[in-house]
Design a protein around this ligand. Structure first.
Ligand code: ACO
Length: 430
């Protein structure tokens, strides 16, 4: 039987056969459905893209009902468990397959070559106020990179395009660490290219004075896993921003800055910061029931719970919960952990949360780990943006190579005034 959808327009009595492909109809196929000659044609209305696929993608697969997340076919749990390097996962996202040893060494080398930033970037960052939010600094500095690499606008040249990809992946940890050091009034530490991606980042963050900074292997491993867990998540708000802005064919620094700006919002990457503020506000385990009651009365949300796509336990949250034990063994337990565990215990058995399928998401526990590792709360979105830059770039390249794509430009349903005649100010009343 043909995979089509028969649509009867009751305004005209006409029947249309709309092809179904990949479980989807093309919104443009609705345009032929017209009530009369002058009719523009039927559109679909989908605020917040609740049921609209805007791309075909081969990068990340999510089954939200089953709690499945895979990159290029590999389950996230396996990548987090088996991959010892973030660079390897970055390669997988970018090229579609795990690298051979030679490919991995070459890729690492290409990234390492670009970890330093221009001294003027450093000066630019120094100009921020002492208390500037690190994510604001991060976003602005990423945008500023476009002025340092004017060739980046040649986005259809694969070689030039890839060079900006290397630069961005290499420079985001440096810029992130500089933003942190700035807020502490500490001198910036330049990259050490003999270290791993996570190790170099930790060194740039926490090294003090001339003595070498000892990178604890368990913390370096934990950060590598956290980077892997955050590398991509298909068409979320920031990735959509990357593709949307990128569809205008602007340079990748400008699109990445836009994506990072989207990530900063408390409903997206800002949620783990919000989780810790919420835990601070609750203060102790015995206040958890009262807090849950308030959430159920609509007086705020349980941050770190719920997800647009996952209607089950976020698989990343499961890995992070396990990882927390390894980190706390080194750093000592985060005193807020008990409040978080109690919130989860109550919420998972409460009708309100069960009925709405609200489960912990990736942000529920990540903030506790970051805090225990010494990262301040307002730095959490920056920590998210570092690995997600890889996902944004992989999605951006896929977008540019997709013949179906054009500049992204949604339609609207205009509900405003019909044409009106200008009224002089004296005649507009008081
Ligand atoms: N606490 C309490 N109630 C919630 C929560 C929550 N965290 N999340 C959703 N709900 C309720 C809503 O009030 C709504 O109830 P109603 O049907 O009675 O009106 C219902 O569940 C559906 O919620 P929506 O807002 O329609 O769900 P949506 O898919 O739009 O939102 C979102 C998803 C934004 C993640 C939401 O769950 C939320 O605000 N969570 C808290 C913030 C958070 O943790 N964000 C991180 C997401 S993960 C990430 O970006 C990496």
């Amino acid at each position: 039987m043909a995979a089509t959808l028969s649509v009867t327009d009751n305004r005209t009595g006409k029947v249309y056969e709309i092809p179904i492909q990949n479980g989807t109809i093309k919104a443009m196929d609705l345009r032929q459905i017209k009530s009369g000659e002058d009719d523009f044609g039927l559109m679909s209305y989908d605020p917040a893209f609740m049921n609209t696929a805007s791309v075909k993608s081969s990068i990340t697969f999510i089954d939200g009902d089953k709690g499945i997340l895979r990159h290029r076919g590999y389950p996230i749990e396996e990548l987090a468990e088996s991959s010892t390097s973030f660079m390897e996962v970055a390669y997988l996202l970018m090229y579609g397959d795990l690298p051979t040893e030679t490919q991995r060494a070459e890729w690492r080398q290409r990234i390492r070559h670009h970890t330093f930033v221009h001294e003027s970037i450093k000066k630019l960052m120094e100009a921020f106020r002492y208390d500037a939010h690190p994510m604001g600094m991060f976003i602005s500095t990423i945008a500023a990179l476009s002025t340092f690499y004017p060739e980046a606008k040649e986005i259809m040249d694969p070689e030039i395009r890839m060079k900006q990809v290397h630069r961005l992946i290499a420079k985001v940890p440096t810029i992130a660490a500089f933003a942190y050091r700035h807020s502490k009034g500490m001198p910036y530490i330049y990259p050490s290219n003999d270290l791993t991606y996570a190790g170099n980042f930790l060194n740039m963050m926490f090294k003090t004075g001339d003595s070498p900074y000892h990178i604890h292997p368990a913390l370096e491993r934990a950060l590598t896993v956290l980077f892997i867990l955050h590398v991509d998540h298909e068409q979320n708000c920031s990735t959509n921003a990357m593709r949307m802005v990128g569809s205008s064919h602007v340079d990748p620094y400008s699109s990445t800055a836009a994506a990072a700006a989207a990530l900063w919002g408390p409903l997206h990457g800002g949620a783990n910061e919000a989780v810790l503020r919420m835990l601070d506000e609750i203060g102790s385990i015995n206040k958890v029931p009262a807090f849950i009651k308030e959430v159920k009365e609509g007086k705020g949300r349980l941050m770190g719970f719920g997800h647009r796509v996952y209607k089950n336990y976020d698989p990343r949250a499961k890995v992070i919960k396990k990882l927390a034990d390894d980190v706390f063994e080194v750093t000592g337990k985060n005193p807020m952990l008990d409040i978080a565990l109690e919130l989860e215990r109550i919420a998972l058995h409460d009708d309100y949360f069960m009925k709405r399928k609200l489960y912990p998401n990736v942000d529920f526990y990540s903030g506790l780990i970051y805090q225990a590792m010494g990262f301040p709360k307002d730095f959490f979105p920056v920590l998210f943006a570092i690995p997600r830059t890889v996902g944004w770039l992989a999605q951006w390249i896929e977008h540019l190579q997709d013949a179906d794509q054009k500049i992204a430009r949604p339609r609207q349903i205009y509900l405003g005034h019909d044409v009106r005649t200008w009224v002089p100010i004296e005649k507009r009343g008081r």
